[in-house]
Design a protein around this ligand. Structure first.
Ligand SMILES: [Zn+2]
Ligand SMILES: [Zn+2]
Length: 297
């Protein structure tokens, strides 16, 4: 259970004794227990007077009824007054009902794409809590492909325009074999653009899986890295946007992976991820450079 504004952990917080609303101790945002969903039976609601534990059994894991007299100390208590803590064996994330990423919903694909991009831009550290229990690689690849094609459209158009410009300068205008070749390369590299992004995600996820952190398999890391790619929208900025997007993606993915790792193991996969991400960047640069050299001659 984390603050919806700042992700601060809210377990074990006592209710204010002056009767005021519960608030995040980190950022002050007010919250109620009713606004969170838990897996039924996995969360303890402890009496504020005698700490007797009650388990939430409603579909949202809430207490039923929400107000009653404590069976041990006989004081009247309500759910909102309880100190709430995950069942001993349950981890923080495992105890929460998952609120799936918008990409997993039904509905218009552009709307699902845009809302998932926004999660990546604003709350990359929450992505690991919003995935399905079983990783779904195909769904993640579909998201990244659409995302890369939309983000890459400006540089593709610019490439075509510049091809025309270059041919005009060299040959004085008119369609000819040189222009056709250049346009073919532009179109082919645009269609293949998601492959570069997938390549970066595979390298970074492989780097994370090397750290063999519990709960961070290759597939899970691959999903988290892909859904943290909202910043690839910066690729829409002409010329330098692609590189900025990739660097910001490496940073967002590091944050998302760090949030998914157990706290004592958070640093090693992040360093590995950054190394992997930058290795992918360099390789992508080399591939792009190679293609541009090939098209020159
Ligand atoms: Zn907060
Ligand atoms: Zn009690």
């Amino acid at each position: 259970m984390r603050c919806k504004a700042c992700q601060h952990i809210l377990w074990n917080q006592p209710v204010p004794s002056d009767g005021s609303a519960r608030a995040c101790p980190e950022c002050g945002t007010a919250y109620t227990l009713a606004a969170f969903g838990f897996k039924p039976g996995t969360v303890k609601f402890c009496c504020r007077h005698c700490a007797t534990a009650y388990y939430g059994t409603s579909p949202e894991g809430h207490l039923e009824p929400s107000a009653f007299n404590c069976a041990v100390c006989a004081n009247p208590i309500t759910m909102e007054e309880c100190v709430v803590t995950p069942h001993d064996a349950m981890a923080d994330v495992a105890a929460m009902l998952r609120e799936p990423l918008p990409w997993f919903e039904q509905g218009p694909v552009l709307s699902r794409w845009w809302r998932t991009v926004c999660v990546g831009l604003k709350k990359a550290s929450s992505i690991h809590t919003r995935l399905t229990e079983q990783p779904n690689i195909g769904r993640a690849v579909a998201f990244l492909s659409l995302h890369a094609w939309i983000s890459g459209v400006v540089s593709a158009v610019l490439g075509v325009v510049m091809s025309f410009g270059a041919v005009n300068m060299l040959f004085g205008g008119g369609l000819n074999a040189g222009l056709n070749n250049m346009l073919a390369v532009q179109v082919a590299s645009y269609i293949a653009y998601p492959l570069y992004m997938l390549f970066a995600a595979v390298v970074a996820a492989w780097a994370v899986s090397l750290a063999s952190v519990e709960g961070l398999s290759f597939k899970r890391a691959f999903e988290i890295i892909i859904y943290s790619s909202g910043v690839l929208l910066y690729t829409l900025i002409p010329f330098c946007g692609g590189l900025i997007g990739l660097i910001l993606w490496a940073i967002a993915a590091s944050q998302a992976i760090a949030a998914a790792a157990p706290k004592d193991r958070a640093t090693s996969p992040v360093i590995l991820l950054l190394v992997g991400g930058f290795a992918a960047l360099v390789l992508e640069g080399l591939i792009g450079f190679g293609i541009s050299m090939l098209t020159q001659f």
